[in-house]
Design a protein around this ligand. Structure first.
Ligand code: C2E
Ligand code: MG
Ligand code: MG
Length: 630
């Protein structure tokens, strides 16, 4: 009997099933369909052999039974072809939900072909001298037709939904389809060569090694599932199934510190990985060198592991900052819309909490997600505003109590959104500081202020200088002085017309950079103010260290001056000292005449507030100066 090729196929598939069976697997729909292909191919090869046996011994068994066996073999070919199509269709069905309907249609079509195969006639032939057995008849044509249609569908979907199919997966399925076509052609031309079943088994083997080998999903260093596995698993979790799931994440700090020639990664991390590997009902993914995610489908399980994590951070975990784990529990990972967003959320929370050294476990809930979404929306808004030149400057006049006129103004940034609505700095400065965009915003504001001063010759309106806010992030940029001096050089701005407002820097190193920036700019001719004095952001010490000419009393401090006897003493004393150092004072947030009179009485030098004017856009500011200073 001519069954050598088929036997080879069976050996191949059985060998694969040994490898497959011994490995840790991810339960993915596509992988399950692939398993179906696998068993269908095995079945197909068995039926191939059985049908040859049936042909050879057709005289000894009932004709109907022999025909049934041959037709079942044909049906199994259609089954494998259909499963190859469904395998690809499941990959795209996460992105195109109506694809599930297509899958149903493929199954129906396969059903119709099956009915035709069993209904149409088949003829069995044998060439005893050449040891060959084969079949022909309408049933065979129905099979060829069915298989061909599936191959065409598969080629069409491979190209039509290119963007949703991994390149490697596409290439591999193409090879599989090509093998089918080649084998079918050879078999059609020479129907004594029965190689279709074997070709299909070969195709399955190629897919296995290229894409469905469970080893491809594993991180070989740790034994956890890898990032590729995470993307496939996450894609499935976040698209089709609406089943709840729970996530615990672990991040390790400064992992690179632990590397040495003898060990990969940190000892502490490997200890955690080993524990994670043993947790039943959970799937652990290693996302990055320092990040592992655990997925649970049962809430009770997740919560009990979570309490062990908390205990771990409190008792066992190392105190050294290298490789120290922080644990995060995402109670409702469904509050983000994709697996990539889940990673973004974790990165976001880790970044937000990078200074929280003591608390190393944290539960993430929906509120932080809305915060992240809002931040991202605002970041987008800032990017667009910078691109479309919608970052603008308002000017709030500052009154000189001595000269009884407006001698300066504070530049205050605003963003105009696409609908023309004004976004106040309170809504975006913090976000711009945390993502570094404040550097560009600050530069833009500074350019606009210089341009406004030069274009309108503000000195002719009685304005001596404009106060421009500097963020602590800008102050910690050692290129700040260079950048600002370049801008002033370019526009030929008189540096004495600029006064930069600084606030207290958090760290010593930042303070040192700030001082060196200040010294360079002071040499150039720029002066400085200390903003927000009295908010807790500033203290007297700071005034001693900082080469400023003006101190700005915050609105809060002015308000408490009027409401609290103690605060009044504090402010009086501060004022006395500041004046003693030869510095001027600006009182901010003056809203009433009574407040202004008081400031005048206690000899505050400058006053700024709604009592005189709110911050104004350029043209209104000029108009204001014309009327009040003119
Ligand atoms: P700031 O530098 O202390 O500015 C004073 C703030 O108080 C301004 O708010 C101003 O409109 C407001 N204000 C002035 N007078 C009164 C008053 O009488 N009553 C009340 N209730 N408020 C008054 P704004 O424009 O919303 O700015 C808020 C903060 O945003 C500023 O506080 C400053 O820290 C920051 N900022 C504004 N522009 C810039 C900028 O270009 N760069 C940087 N880095 N920060 C800026
Ligand atoms: Mg200010
Ligand atoms: Mg202020």
């Amino acid at each position: 009997m001519n069954i050598k090729v088929q036997c080879c196929g069976i050996v191949l598939i059985l060998l694969l099933s040994v490898i497959y069976g011994s490995q840790r697997k991810l339960k993915l729909t596509a992988s399950r369909v692939f398993q179906g292909c696998f068993y269908a191919s095995l079945f197909c090869l068995f039926m191939d052999i059985l049908s040859i046996v049936a042909i050879v011994y057709r005289e000894m068994i009932p004709l109907l039974l022999a025909e049934f066996i041959c037709k079942t073999y044909l049906m199994s070919l259609v089954l494998v072809a259909m499963l190859s199509v469904v395998y690809i269709a499941t990959s795209v069905s996460f992105h195109l939900p109506n694809y599930r309907k297509y899958i149903a249609a493929y199954v129906v079509f396969a059903g119709i072909i099956t009915v035709l195969i069993y209904a149409l006639p088949i003829y069995m032939h044998e060439n005893v001298e050449e040891n060959l057995a084969w079949t022909d008849g309408a049933s065979i044509f129905a099979t060829y037709f069915g298989v061909l249609v599936f191959i065409v569908i598969n080629l069409v979907q491979l190209f039509r939904h290119k963007e949703y199919i991994y390149e490697r997966q596409r290439r591999t399925v193409l090879i599989w389809m090509f093998m089918w076509i080649a084998a079918a052609c050879i078999q059609m031309l020479n129907n004594q060569l029965l190689i279709v079943g074997f070709a299909s088994a070969l195709g399955v083997t190629v897919i296995f090694f290229q894409f469905e080998n469970p080893e491809l999903n594993l991180d070989w260093k740790t034994g956890l599932f890898n990032y590729v596995a995470y993307t496939r698993y996450g894609e499935e979790l976040y698209s089709g199934s609406k089943q709840p799931f729970y996530v615990i994440a672990v991040m390790f700090e400064n992992m690179e510190w632990q590397y040495d020639q003898n060990s990969y990664g940190s000892v502490e991390a490997q200890r955690v990985y080993d524990i994670f590997l043993k947790i039943s009902d959970a799937i652990a993914f290693k996302i990055m060198e320092n990040e592992v995610l655990l997925f649970f489908s049962k809430k009770e399980r997740a919560e009990s592991v979570w309490s062990s994590c908390i205990k771990w951070t409190e008792t066992e975990a190392t105190e050294a900052p290298q490789g120290r784990p922080s644990f995060y529990y995402v109670k409702d990972p469904g509050c983000v819309s994709s697996y990539t967003e889940l990673l973004e959320l974790l990165q976001y929370v880790a970044f937000q909490r990078k200074d929280a050294i003591r608390e190393r476990h944290y539960t993430i809930d929906g509120s932080i997600v809305s915060q992240m979404v809002e931040e991202r929306r605002m970041t987008q808004q800032i990017v667009e505003a910078l691109e479309e030149d919608r970052v603008i400057v308002y000017y709030q006049p500052i009154f000189s109590v001595e000269k009884k006129c407006f001698t300066s103004a504070e530049a205050l940034v605003r963003i105009i959104d696409r609908d023309g609505k004004l976004i106040p700095p309170g809504a975006f400065i913090n976000i711009a500081e945390s993502n570094g965009m404040i550097i560009e915003i600050g530069k833009r504001v500074f350019e606009k202020v210089c341009d406004c001063f030069q274009r309108n010759r503000l000195q002719d309106y009685g304005i001596h200088y404009i106060e421009v806010n500097l963020s602590v992030v800008q102050c910690a940029d050692d290129k700040l002085a260079d950048k600002y001096i370049d801008i002033m050089d370019d526009i030929k701005m008189d540096p004495r017309s600029i006064n930069l407002e600084i606030t207290e820097s958090a760290s010593l190193s930042e303070k040192q950079i700030l001082i060196s920036n200040m010294e360079r700019m002071i040499k150039y001719g720029v002066q400085f103010s200390l903003d927000d004095f009295g908010t807790g952001q500033s203290n007297l010490n700071y005034i001693v260290d900082m080469p400023v000419k003006i101190v700005k009393f915050d609105r809060e401090m002015i308000q408490s001056y009027f409401s609290s006897e103690k605060a009044k003493y504090v402010m009086d004393a501060a004022m006395h000292m500041i004046h003693g150092m030869g510095l001027d004072i600006v009182a901010e947030g003056i809203e009433t005449e009574e407040q202004y009179k008081k400031m005048e009485e206690i000899k505050i030098n400058f006053v700024q507030g709604y009592y005189f004017s709110k911050p104004l856009p350029e043209q209104e500011f000029l108009e204001f100066l014309r009327q009040k200073n003119g």
